[in-house]
Design a protein around this ligand. Structure first.
Ligand code: BV8
Length: 249
C-alpha cells in the first residue's frame, strides 16, 4: 500500500501514540470476528445475547460451554503479522500504549509488553461471587467450573454487556487517548462503548486519527487517514514505510 507522505512524516516523529484493536486484528490469525464468530450450534445465537450476566444467570451451562468452545477455537491460533508489527512499533514510539477489546490474549503472545485488556481475557476465569482468578479449575457434575474457595460457579474473566469495565484499565485507556498525538484504531467496528469513545477523546485533544479496517465504520468520517485493508498486511507495510526508512537513515 502507498502511504501519504504526510502520514509517514507524522509517524516518523511521533512521541505519543495510542492503539486500539478489535476482533479484526485477530481475524488473520484465523479467529472469526466477534460479530460473525458464531458457527455450528452457536450460529442460532447472537454473541451479544450470550455475552451477558443475565444469560449466565438464566443458563450457566450454555454460557460456560460457549466459552469452552471459544477457548477450544483459540487453541493453536497464533499471532499474525499485524500483532508483531505492533510490537515493533511499540519499540519505536517512546510513549506507546496498546489497548485491546479482544479477549484472545494474542497481543501478549506476540510479545507486546503491556496490553490494556479492556474486556478481559477468555483464558482466565473468576468466581461469580468474588474476584479470585483461577488459571485452571475443577468442573462440577454439570461441567461448569467450580470456585476452589467457595465452591460457587466460576465464570470467564471477561466483561459482559451491561457490565462495567475494570475502572483502572478504562482510566488508563482514556489517559493514553487524551495524551496521544496519534490514535490508531485497528480492526474494530467502533460500536461497542465505552471503547468506541476512546478515539473521540483523542481527537478532542487534537490527536490525528488513523483507522485500519477492511471496511468503513462509524469512526471513518472522523479520521485523518482511513487505510482500507487487512491489518495483518497494512501494519507491517506501515512499519516498513516509516521506521525501516529511519533505520536506513
Ligand atoms: C457498559 C467480552 C455500563 C465478552 C465484549 C443497550 C443495552 C445494554 C448496553 C448497552 C446498550 N447500548 C449501549 C450499551 C452499552 C454496551 C454497548 O456498547 N453495546 C453495543 C452493542 C451498542 N456496552 C456495554 O455493555 C459495556 N458495559 O456499558 O456498562 C455500566 C457502567 C457502569 C456500571 C455498570 C454498567 C461492556 C462492553 C463489553 C462487552 N464485551 N467482549 C466476550 O468476548 O465474550 S465486547 C465484544 O464486542 C468483543 O470483545 C469486541 O471487543 C466488541 C466489539 O467487537 P469488535 O472488536 O469491533 O469486533 P466486530 O466483530 O464488531 O468487528 C470487527 C471489525 O474488524 C469490523 O469492523 C471488520 O470490518 C473488521 N475486520 C475484519 N477483518 C479485518 C478487519 N479489520 C482489519 N483487518 C482485518 N483482517
Amino acid at each position: 500500500m502507498k502511504f501519504p507522505n504526510e502520514l509517514i512524516s507524522l509517524l516518523a516523529s511521533v512521541q505519543w501514540m495510542a492503539a486500539l484493536t478489535g476482533a479484526g486484528a485477530s481475524q488473520e490469525s484465523g479467529l472469526r470476528t466477534f460479530r460473525d464468530g458464531q458457527s455450528g450450534l452457536w450460529s442460532q445465537y447472537k454473541p451479544e445475547e450470550l455475552a451477558s450476566p443475565e444469560a449466565f444467570q438464566r443458563n450457566p451451562k450454555l454460557i460456560w460451554d460457549w466459552y469452552a468452545w471459544r477457548r477450544e477455537a483459540i487453541k493453536g491460533v497464533r499471532p499474525n503479522p499485524g500483532h508483531y508489527a505492533l510490537v515493533q512499533i511499540s519499540r519505536k514510539v517512546p510513549g506507546f500504549t496498546l489497548i485491546t477489546q479482544n479477549v484472545d490474549g494474542l497481543h501478549a503472545m506476540a510479545g507486546s509488553p503491556e496490553v490494556i485488556e479492556l474486556h478481559g481475557n477468555i483464558h482466565r476465569v473468576r468466581c461469580v461471587r468474588g474476584d479470585g482468578v483461577a488459571g485452571d479449575w475443577e468442573e462440577g457434575p454439570d461441567g461448569i467450573g467450580l470456585c476452589p474457595k467457595c465452591g460457587g460457579f466460576l465464570r470467564p474473566d471477561v466483561v459482559w454487556f451491561g457490565e462495567e469495565l475494570p475502572r483502572a484499565y478504562l482510566a488508563a485507556a482514556f489517559e493514553a487517548s487524551r495524551k496521544c498525538e496519534v490514535f490508531l484504531s485497528i480492526g474494530t467496528s467502533s460500536i461497542v462503548q465505552p471503547a468506541a469513545a476512546l478515539p473521540y477523546a483523542a481527537r478532542n485533544r487534537g490527536a490525528r486519527i488513523i483507522e485500519i479496517n477492511v471496511e468503513p465504520t462509524p469512526l471513518t468520517p472522523k479520521t485523518d487517514h482511513f487505510l482500507q485493508g487487512k491489518s495483518g498486511e497494512i501494519l507491517p507495510e506501515l512499519f516498513a514505510a516509516v521506521w525501516n526508512r529511519q533505520i536506513r537513515g
